[in-house]
Structure formats: structure tokens, C-alpha cells
Design a protein around this ligand. Sequence first.
Ligand code: HEM
Length: 410
Amino acid sequence: MADFNRRRALISGGGLAALGAIVAASPAQARSLVGWNWSPARSVAGNGNGTDPHWVWDSEADPLLESLFKRGVIPKVNEALWNWERNEQPLPSGLPSDLRDFMEHARQLPQWADRDKLERAAEFNKSRGIYLNLCNGPGGGILATAIPKEARSVYYSAGGADMEDRVAKTSLFGFAVGSLDAYRPEGTCVVECVKTRLVHAAVRHLLPQSPHWRNGAEEEIPISQEDMLVTWHTLPTFAMRKMREWEVPMSDDDAEAYLHVWQVTAHMLGISDEYIPATWDAAYAQSDQIMARNMGPTPEGVKLTDVLLSQLAEQTSPLSLSRPLCNALARYLVGDEVADWDGIQREPVWDNVISEAWPMLVKFREGLVPLPMVPEVAWTIDEALRKYILFYLTKGEETKIEIPTHNRPE
Ligand code: HEM
């Protein structure tokens, strides 16, 4: 998968991330001169050539999408793929043969995929759904807006102009990973991953043509393997760290199974096996190395955060999860540094209430404290989250992941 191009290398100095937090305090974008020193021995592959993932993209999908764009066949491909929905479903007829060959190969689970662990992860996702949905939905969404390269690429790609649809499409993916049948034949995870891999390759082709994106871009091609890993850590790694912080009881087997479903998902999204952490310790070490240098404020991130929080407030307004309450929930989830980068307003009343109410709700759910100790507002959040998720589940039914054909309109 290596697509190594030193011509594009732009290395600026900076410190290594501090250990512990998902985002350590060091300047965004700062790349250590050592670059990348996470050993491939810690990956699911167990070995590799150690290439810095900052300079690696997707050498199988990228040239393919470039060729499909040149041939003007993307709308036809989208039409053909519209009803390709389930993992077991044969590919539709009418696909160009090079795309078909790629997809037949890309839809295969890696040899190291373990069916028993995937089943266990599905059960874990079900029992821990409320925490996972909060972390991977609003939590991951707000974190992503504090990743300058992701915020800018989302903002200037076609989907940036219609965030409700974009969130619905991303939720389709999130619910696919979290569902009971994720990687079973009747599930949809393989399909959503392969489609997303095609979307990302299309973005690598389209975005460099956007004058807005080009103006502030650090490199010519978006969505490197390092970028993919950064986003990946905002999902399972962030969620696992939060669940540990909230003291959610969990067996080692469950934690390992949860990691496994995301390892398989990383592979299916086109992340090379030599970068996929084999253990939680390896994941934490990798996240500590790459998160800080990839996070920081951007005007686009601030705008996207505002849209996301307005949507959360709007969808849950009948339950009086007001915008100030949403701001406080977001700040509680992502922490002060990221919240400030994202321009999330401080809420003197709610900020304190949330940080007391949420851990109580977790403790009650886990049978560790009795009901009277749970503040009323905790139930409002609990209900509001359900409503929010239901909204995007319904929205998700109306939409499908499609290969974009253009950038955000001027
Ligand atoms: C599209 C997931 C990493 C930028 C998508 C879609 C999904 C997705 C499900 C399809 C939904 C849609 O079309 O709106 C993921 C996951 C990632 C990841 C799970 C990593 C684990 C990244 C990164 C970037 C990025 C690192 C940029 C630095 C985009 C863009 C689109 C997209 C620009 C297309 C939006 C459009 O159609 O205009 N991604 N993504 N993604 N992703 Fe990602």
C-alpha cells in the first residue's frame, strides 16, 4: 500500500506528544524531526518497513479512482452501487472491470479476522451502546473538527455544504460497525467500509482541485494513512479511554474484542496492517505519538462545530437539551483544550452540572450507586442521546454513502 513520495515532504519541528491524554499539549501540526517511530512490530501485521504514514496514501484505490474520474464513469458507478447493501451480496453488474476486481479483493476480511471476537464485540457494542454512541457520535464528531486537516477537507468537500446529510452518512457507517450483525453475511459493515474507501480515494483526487483547500493545505494530497489513524483514534481509542475514565466495568476479553472489531474496520477502510495497533497499549502509544501534532484550531473547525452542536440542540430540543447544555456536554467529552479550539462557549452553570451528573449516571447504570443519587439532568441527557441517535438512524435510512463527483460548491 506504500505510496511514498518525498517530494511532498514538508517537515516542521515540534515536540512529541505527552503520554496519557488523547490530545496532549503541543502545537498542532508540529511534526517531530524523528517523524515516526512507532514500531510495526506492535501492529497486527507484526512487521513492516516502518515508513512514516504521513507519506503513504492508498496505492490501490487512488489510481483507480483517478482513472474512473478521467473516464467520466462515477455517476454510473454510484447508480450501480446504490443497491449494494449487504456484506454477502454479490457486486452488481455494470461495474467497470478494474473497479470490480478491486472491490472483490477489498471486500475480503483480513486473514487475521477472528469471528468469535467479532461476535463478542457485537455483544459488547450492544451492552455499552449508550457510552459508545456518545463517544463515537457527538464526541468523535467534535474531536474531528479540531483536526485541522480533517476539518478543512470536510468543509471544502461536497459534503461540507450539507452537514446534516454528512452526519447521517457517517452515522450509517458508525451504526454498521456497532450493530450485532456488523461483519455477519447479512450485515453492512463491509459494504460501508469499501464504499468509504472509494469515497476517500475520490476526495484525494478532487480536493487538490479546490482553490480554498489548496490555499492552506500543508501537503498536496489529503487523507494520508497518518490522517486515517488520527481519526481512528478519535473513535475506539477515545471511547476506550473515556470508558476507563468513567470506570465502566469491562472484562479483558471484551476490551480485546472491541479493539478487534475496529482493527478489522481499519483494514477494510484501507489502513495498512503495519499501522494497525495489535494491542491497546500499542494503540495508546501510537495515539500519543500522532494526536497532538495533528490537532488544533481552524476557522473551518469552529464553523463545523457550531453546525454540529446546533443540530444536536435542534434534534433534542423537545427534551430541553438546550444549546448551553449541548455546549457543556461537548466540553465535558472533549476537554477544555479542544473545546476552546472549537470555539465552544463556556457555560458556567452547566459545565459543572454535567461533570457531576454524567459519572453518576454511569455508576447507576453499572449498578454502583442507587437511583436517588442520579441528578435529574442525567436522564435528560440519556433520553436526548437516544433521540439524537434515532434521528440519525432514520435519516440514515434515507441516504447512502456515494462517491462525490465535485467539491463544495463555491
Ligand atoms: C467521507 C468515515 C477518515 C475526510 C467519509 C464517509 C465515511 C467516513 C463513513 C462517507 C460519508 C460521506 O460521504 O459523507 C471515515 C473514517 C475514517 C475517516 C471511519 C477513519 C477511521 C477521514 C480523514 C479525512 C476524511 C482522515 C480527512 C483528513 C472525509 C471526506 C469525506 C469523507 C472529505 C467526503 C465527504 C463528501 O462526500 O464530501 N468518511 N473517515 N475522512 N471523509 Fe472520512
